[in-house]
Design a protein around this ligand. Structure first.
Ligand code: BGC
Length: 405
């Protein structure tokens, strides 16, 4: 709570710098929520950590349908050898796949950009730093909406960027749209990266992007957390994200398993010596005893003993991730609610770790019950497609949404 307050006061909504607070607390410029009555067709671009999605969204009074184009983001556009033009031309060309054949006139597009950027208006911002393994040159310090618009124009794609939002803001908006409830106050992503946004009752319900992945006041970090950090492109940053999110859990489990096997004096199979050989999906499959996955690499390359150690470590890594996420969420819920006003706080959640991580929701609820025994009831709503639909909803809400009460 203190770190959130410091982040807001010092950063003035533009993103606190690390010596002021490890939480950036960035204004989204939005204090309206969708009413659930929005209608119309909107485009959305969703650049997350792993996939790029382009959506043509038809909103229809609390319901929606989408036509989607999805592509895995190739290393060639996210590595440090790649330029901003290469990344944004890749996005523009994917947009062209979906909209050139359908619409000739320029159409509005909402851009979900899931990285830390400060926002100067609803449709302009400035990238502060990359996370989740991205290192593309020429983007930090630039406006992602302007970079996208230039690429759309270069590639003659008839779209105009009308809204820019973080995926957590989009997830909060999506939950409000589908539930039509004024108690939707928090949006969380637990995926390749992790973060939360909330509407602040003391700031006329302005929605703030916390960038909680940067939190660095964690009481205990292990030697494996330090090793994961040292091997990452953003050393010394995103400590909470590196303990919680999908991009890092497999690697944490691998490093701890190697150490345990060495301590036991047991041979370490070569697959365990390869950095990032196990992703979060692989350790979840191991925890689920998924026979098909166990028969294939990388899991099939383990010895019986190393598999048993990895299984025990994976359980600890997954559960610690949920415990840390629950602690962060518990503090955000306190910040987002006024005790006299609400007995309930509805949290929209999306992300591959939440949906596919082994028993992740149950783990999160277990830790929330321990950490947040009194006060308001926390309801976790799976906001399906929150990050993609969210950008379309931001554009629609700005056009005709209701002010939060
Ligand atoms: C980014 C956030 C984003 C989160 C979830 C983090 O790495 O900094 O902006 O919301 O990932 O995608």
């Amino acid at each position: 709570m203190d770190e959130m307050n410091k982040g807001w006061v010092c950063g003035k909504g533009k993103g606190a710098i690390p010596i002021e607070s490890s939480l950036k607390m960035i204004t989204s410029h939005i204090n309206i929520l969708p009413t659930g009555n929005e209608t119309g067709v909107y485009f959305a671009v969703d650049l997350g950590g792993t996939n790029l999605r382009i959506l043509r969204v038809t909103l229809n009074g609390g319901k929606w349908s989408t036509v989607e184009h999805r592509e895995a983001i190739p290393m060639g556009v996210s590595s440090k050898e790649a330029s901003a033009e290469e990344l944004f031309d890749f996005i523009a060309r994917a947009c062209g796949e979906l909209c050139r054949s359908v619409d000739a006139d320029p159409m509005p597009v909402g851009f979900t950009f899931s990285f830390p950027y400060s926002q100067t208006s609803i449709k302009a911002g400035c990238l502060i730093e990359w996370t989740k393994g991205f290192e593309t040159q020429g983007c930090v310090g630039k406006d992602p909406a302007a970079l996208l618009q230039a690429a759309l124009d270069r590639n003659e794609v008839p779209l105009v960027v009308e809204a820019l939002c973080n995926d957590t803001v989009g997830t909060l908006m999506t939950n409000a749209y589908t539930k039509r409830s004024k108690y939707c106050r928090v949006g969380v992503i637990l995926g390749t990266g992790t973060n939360a946004a909330y509407s602040d009752p003391s700031l006329d319900n302005l929605i703030i992007n916390i960038e909680w992945g940067g939190f660095n006041k964690l009481p205990r970090r292990s030697q494996f957390d330090e090793a994961v950090d040292a091997g990452s492109p953003n050393v010394g940053k995103q400590f909470l994200e590196k303990m919680v999110s999908g991009f890092y859990l497999g690697e944490l489990a691998r490093l701890a398993t190697v150490k345990q096997l060495e301590t036991l004096g047991t041979a370490v199979p070569s697959i365990l010596t390869e950095s990032h050989a196990f992703d979060t999906a692989a350790i979840s499959q191991l925890l689920e005893n998924d026979r098909a996955a166990l028969a294939q690499p990388p899991l099939s390359l383990l010895t019986e003993e190393s598999r048993s150690v990895l299984l025990q470590v994976a359980e600890l890594v997954m559960d610690r991730s949920a415990a840390v996420a629950a602690a962060a969420l518990s503090a955000v819920v306190d910040k987002a609610t006024i005790p006299s006003d609400s007995a309930i706080c509805e949290v929209g959640i999306d992300g591959s770790l939440y949906t596919k991580g082994h028993e992740y929701k149950a783990r999160l609820l277990k830790h929330l019950r321990l950490l947040h025994p009194a006060g308001c009831e926390i309801v976790l709503d799976f906001s399906e497609d929150g990050s993609g639909l969210g950008a379309a909803l931001v554009a629609a809400a700005v056009a005709g949404g209701e002010k939060l009460q």
